[in-house]
Design a protein around this ligand. Structure first.
Ligand code: HEM
Length: 121
């Protein structure tokens, strides 16, 4: 959410001073103008080899108030995922496919139920 400090016109849309503006991240992160196959789970799009428009990817916000924990959180996520994925193989529990729901952030309305099998060796 942002509150406009000035009256402005953006792409023909009049915005008055004080208006609340919501940037729809779910739509932005799946916009085919910015992403190839936006609905595909394709982690390699973040491998550093593909150029990403930094304002098309805002999980940590952007501009002056960008999350100060972004690098820390991403490093933690990579370490945790690498640790778990080297030890367990995860699969969906039949009949309990996560149902995406847009809350303050994107969540699953029925939880995320996974079967974890220990990788031997
Ligand atoms: C996956 C983890 C995280 C996500 C998705 C996340 C996301 C966000 C988002 C969307 C904002 C608002 C940015 C904006 O308005 O432009 C924010 C702000 C902030 N985050 Fe995070 N965050 C995460 C982890 C962390 C961690 C680990 C810390 C601290 C170590 C942290 C500290 C902050 C602070 C202090 C702000 C306020 C910055 C400001 O208003 O100047 N966050 N975060």
């Amino acid at each position: 959410m942002r509150k406009s400090e000035v009256s402005e016109t953006l792409h023909g849309l009049a915005i008055k001073k004080g208006d609340q503006i919501l940037i729809p991240l779910y739509a932005l992160h799946r916009n085919s103008l910015y992403w190839d196959a936006p609905d595909c789970f394709n982690p390699s799009r973040f491998d550093g080899k593909t150029r990403i428009n930094k304002y098309a990817y805002l999980p940590f916000g952007g501009g002056k108030r960008i999350c100060i924990g972004a690098s820390f959180a991403q490093m933690q996520a990579q370490i945790q995922l690498a640790t778990l994925l080297s030890r367990f193989r995860f699969s969906l529990v039949e009949g309990r496919t996560p149902q995406p729901s847009l809350s303050f952030s994107l969540i699953s309305r029925n939880g995320i139920h996974l079967k974890a099998e220990k990788i031997i060796g």
